[in-house]
Design a protein around this ligand. Structure first.
Ligand code: HEM
Length: 331
């Protein structure tokens, strides 16, 4: 594993990160608060009043959710209400509204489905399948290793030391090392990463993790092709695809077994777990600012669905709320 590679890909990838060599021990000793993470994003990506404190650059879209029929979720309002309207936001990771679209790294998709009774069901995922840390403390410690010193330089050795002492960030680091630039939001798969439950009216619980698979297939750009792209190409590529073909995504649920962790987003489940479809999201429009004031909080779900006790998932609601409040008040 090479320092420079890790540093560049991780920086482009998640957000930006870090602090002193022994910070991991310090942050692991105290319970991290959502504001600590939001402030870390701002330290790494700069303060951008009015913008999301993560995934600041993005594009709205809208469409229709066409539910699938499967025995694990049949009784849910989400799958038994017919076709439903969907608000979507695609994004590039990072706190800066000018994040680099040509760089490999994080892309996000937020889906908010509106049910007939007005309730909302949210799926907010990234293109990496595993999280950088087993808990918010580890994640914050990892990010802190990317903070520059007084001369403006980050020290890759700090990141390397942290990874060695905190193996739960390793799978995400390895993903970042091989990640390529996504060719289009329409050619990207997104992962929910955390564990969720659906409880049937008879009390039977389904334990699952979801992913979002693009109907047009996953496509990435080699480095030499990515650098030839216009500075901003994601919105135009997407709207061109929408004119020429059907752009849709299938929301898949991977069904967990008892031994699959429901609290650790740094541990992937075995790929052979059964996969069932929750339904298809068919995109009808892109652009505009209909999603500007939406909070794609992944814990906002329709009746019968519940989040697991994953501490990273739990941390997301207060962090998104802080960011939402800040951006609405132009902070
Ligand atoms: C402790 C961990 C995390 C923290 C503190 C965090 C924080 C944030 C914040 C503050 C925002 C901006 C919210 C807003 O202003 O509306 C955001 C957006 C987002 N995050 Fe996270 N996040 C975390 C983990 C994750 C994970 C695990 C995923 C993917 C599975 C993810 C995917 C996204 C996406 C796609 C967006 C953009 C949503 C939109 O377009 O509005 N985040 N995150």
């Amino acid at each position: 594993m090479k320092f420079n590679l890790i540093t560049s890909t991780i920086t482009a990838g998640f957000l930006i990160v870090g602090v002193a060599a022994n910070l991991s021990a310090e942050t692991n000793d105290k319970q991290v608060q959502a504001i600590d993470l939001v402030e870390m994003f701002e330290k790494l990506g700069g303060k951008h009043p009015g913008f999301r404190k993560a995934h600041a650059k993005g594009m709205c879209a809208a469409g229709t959710f066409v539910p699938a029929s499967n025995k694990h979720f049949t009784d849910s309002a989400l799958l038994s209400s017919g076709e439903l309207p969907v608000s979507i936001r695609f994004s590039v990771g990072g706190a800066s509204p000018s994040s680099d679209e040509k760089a490999p790294g994080t892309r996000g998709m937020g889906i908010q489905i509106k049910l007939p009774d007005g309730s909302l069901h949210t799926f907010t995922g990234n293109n990496f399948p595993v999280f950088a840390g087993k808990d918010p403390e580890t994640f914050l410690g990892f990010l802190s290793t990317f903070l520059p010193d007084e001369n403006g330089n980050a020290d890759p050795a700090k990141t390397m030391d942290f990874v060695q002492q905190n193996p739960s960030v390793l799978a995400n680091v390895m993903w970042n090392q091989t990640a390529k630039t996504p060719a289009s939001y329409a050619n990207t798969a997104f992962f929910g990463i955390h564990t969720f439950y659906f409880e049937q009216p008879n009390g039977q619980k389904t334990k699952f993790r979801w992913s979002i698979q693009p109907s047009l297939g996953v496509k990435t750009l080699e480095k030499e092709d990515a650098i030839k792209m216009p500075t901003e190409f994601l919105a135009d590529t997407f709207s061109q695809q929408l004119k020429e073909e059907t752009v849709s995504f299938t929301i898949m649920a991977s069904l967990g077994e008892a031994q699959d962790s429901d609290i650790d987003p740094s541990q992937q489940w075995p790929s052979e777990r059964p996969q069932v479809s929750l339904g298809e999201v068919i995109i009808t429009t892109s652009g505009g600012d209909a999603c500007k004031n939406t909070n794609f909080d992944p814990n906002m779900m329709s009746a019968g669905f519940t989040p697991s006790a994953d501490p990273v998932l739990r941390m997301r609601s207060p962090a998104y709320a802080i960011s939402f409040g800040k951006r609405l008040s132009n902070q």
